[in-house]
Design a protein around this ligand. Structure first.
Ligand code: IMP
Length: 201
């Protein structure tokens, strides 16, 4: 059977593929959006990670008639009242890059007292055409640091120090990150739900 990971974000796709590769049955072919015919993109107009993850999973499941796993995730900073939240990808505007988002985040935090506590949150949803069949949330707590460190990962990883560790997320290997990350937790739970419901035969 085929399973679509609904993302064009290369960092995310690599992490999810690594996660699935380690725990997935041989009879499941894992695809990403570039592997399938072009389709319309959904409007992520939800106010929560869960709403957006459901919108994406249901959209691609219906358009491509396939079992689809989508995630929506982001960074929630306490001193900013939970921002950038669902706007994390486009925090610095429609043409934002990871570097611009990080620069804006540090600019906003600099006048505020430390520690800059924060969390990465991820909601993963699995859907078939017309219905959600599994949903799970993952969360990892930490702190924003004032200078980026590390080369691995993507997004805000270089400025997110994991609680209880001296390392930023970008100083962890993909394998280490998957073990502790918000996305690792959420995707593992969804796959377990799919397996328990007999989806993989
Ligand atoms: P999404 O594609 O709408 O889920 O966008 C999520 C955005 O949140 C990404 O583009 C990143 O800016 C940020 N983000 C989510 N997960 C991570 C992560 O694991 N590391 C760093 N940044 C993340």
């Amino acid at each position: 059977m085929k399973l679509l990971i609904a993302t064009r974000n290369r960092g995310k796709a690599a992490e999810i593929k690594a996660l699935l590769g380690s725990g997935m049955q041989k009879n499941v072919e894992v695809l990403t959006l570039p592997d399938l015919p072009a389709t319309t993109e959904p409007r992520e107009k939800g106010k929560t990670f869960a709403e957006n993850a459901r919108i994406k999973a249901l959209h691609y499941a219906k358009e491509l008639k396939i079992l689809c796993v989508a995630d929506d995730s982001g960074l929630s900073v306490d001193a900013l009242g939970g921002r950038p939240g669902v706007r994390s990808a486009r925090y610095a505007g429609e043409q934002a890059t990871d570097e611009k988002n990080i620069a804006l985040l540090l600019e906003e935090l600099l006048p505020r007292p430390k520690p800059w506590t924060a969390a990465f949150v991820c909601v993963a949803v699995a859907a078939l055409p017309g219905r959600v069949i599994a949903e799970a949330t993952g969360r990892v707590d930490g702190e924003i640091v004032s200078a980026p460190r590390g080369e691995s990962g993507f997004g805000y990883d270089p400025v997110f120090r994991v609680k209880g560790s001296p390392k930023t997320m970008a100083e962890h290997t993909t394998e280490e990150k998957n073990r502790i990350s918000h996305r690792g937790q959420a995707i593992r739970l969804v796959i377990e739900e799919l397996r328990n419901s007999g989806m993989f035969g």
